[in-house]
Design a binder for this molecule. Sequence first.
Ligand SMILES: Nc1ncnc2c1ncn2[C@@H]1O[C@H](COP(=O)(O)OP(=O)(O)OP(=O)(O)O)[C@@H](O)[C@H]1O
Ligand SMILES: [Mg+2]
Length: 435
Amino acid sequence: MLAQTPPPRLGAAVARFVLASLVAVAVIVVGGFVLLRDAAEQEAERDTRERVVAIASLVETAGLQDGLLRGDPAALRRLDDLVLGKVLAGSIVRVKVWTRDGRILYSDEPALIGRRYTLGEDERELFETGGAEAELSDLGKPENRLERPEGKLLEAHTTIRTPNGTQVLFEIYQRFGSVSASAERLLGTMAPPLIGGVVVLLLLQVPLAWRMARRLQRGHQEREVLLASAVESSSRERGRIAADLHDGVVQDLAGVAFGLAPLAASARARGADEEAGVLDGATATLRQGVRDLRTLLVEIHPPNLSSAGLEVALSDLLSPLARAGVQTGLDLHGGVPVARQELVYRVAREAVRNAAAHADPATVTIAVRAGEGRVRLVVRDDGRGFAAGERERRAQEGHVGLSLLEGLVGRAGGRLAVTSVPGEGTTVELEVPQG
Ligand SMILES: Nc1ncnc2c1ncn2[C@@H]1O[C@H](COP(=O)(O)OP(=O)(O)OP(=O)(O)O)[C@@H](O)[C@H]1O
Ligand SMILES: [Mg+2]
C-alpha cells in the first residue's frame, strides 16, 4: 500500500515530545527508587552483619556457658536473660544458637530448642572461614516457620565459641521494614527536587520544541511550493520548446516538402525519371521527419492535456492498444488538480507503453482517483509480467523508463510502486499529494 508523508502537525509533534519527556521522568523515578532500594538493602545487610558480630561477642563473653551444649537449664536461663534483656530490642526479633550439625541449642522461642534442621552451605562455611553473613530470610524454610508472622526479615550469622572452645553458630533476625522505610525516606527527600527540576527543564524545552516544529513545518511548506514551481516551470519550458519547434523547424520542413512535390511531378513530365525518383525520396524523407517531429512535440508537451483535459489524454494513450484488439478500460473519479495532471499523464504513458511493448496483454486498465488530499493512479495489465531481477538487468542496458519515473514522482513528494507477477501481469501505482 502506498502512503504519503503528511506535513508535520505542530500540536501533535509537541505533544509527542512532552509525552516522551514524561515517560522519561517516570523511568527516572521508578529506576531511582529501585536503585535506592537496592542500595538501602545492601547498606542494611552490612549494618546487620556488623550488629551480629557485636552482639555475638557480647553473648560470647557474658552469656555462653559450656552447659548449653548439654542443654543444662541453668546455662539456658543465663543466656535467655541476656538475650531478653540486652538483645531483643528494637528491630531484632529472634535469636538462635546452632550446633555445627544443625541442632538449635538455644532460641528466645522455646519451641525451637532441640530441633534439628539442615544448615545452608553458607552457614556451614562460616565454621571454617569465620566472619559474618547477612541475607534476606527465606521464610519458606521450615526452620523459619515461627518467624513468618514478622513479615520480611534479614538474617545474619556468625560463629562464637563456648568457654571450652566448641564453635556454635549465632544467628539474629532483623525486621526488614526499617530498610524499605529508609529507602522511601531517601526517595522522599530526593524526589521533589529531582521531579521539580525535570518539570522546569520540560517547561523550558516546550517553547523550544514548539519553535523547532514550526520551523520544520515551514520548511516542509517551502519545499512543496518549490517543487510545485519547479514542475510548473519545467512544463512551461517544455511548452516553449514545443512551440518553437512547431512554429520554426516543423513549418520550414513541411514547406520544403510541399515545394519539392510539384518539382518531382514536373521532372517526371519532362521524362527525367531518375531526378524525379531522387526528389520523391527526398520528399518522403522530409515528410517522415515532420511526422517524427510532431510525435516528439506531443511527447514533450501533450497538447490535449492542457486543451482537452486529462481524461481525453489518457484515452488517447489507450486507443492504439484498443485498435490492436486489446481490451481497455479508463475510470476517472474526482478532479485531478492541474498541477498533478502532467505527472499522472507521464506515469500512465510509461505504464501503458510498457504494457504494449513488453506484456502482450489481453486487458489494460487505467484508474484515477482524486480526493482526500491525494491523487491515485493505477495502471494494470494482465500480460506476461516480469521477475524481480529483470528490471534491474534492463536498467543496466539503458532501459530506464520506470526508474526515471520514480525520480520524478519522488521529487513531487509521491510514491510509485511497480508490482509484477510473471504470467499474471503488472500493476503500476502512483500516489501523490494533491499539491
Ligand atoms: N507491463 C510490463 N509487462 C512486462 N514486463 C514489463 C512491464 N513493464 C516493465 N517491464 C519489464 O521491466 C523492464 C524495465 O521497464 P522500463 O520501463 O524501466 O524500461 P523499458 O520499457 O525496457 O525501456 P524504456 O522505458 O527506457 O524505453 C522492461 O524492459 C520489461 O522487461
Ligand atoms: Mg518503458
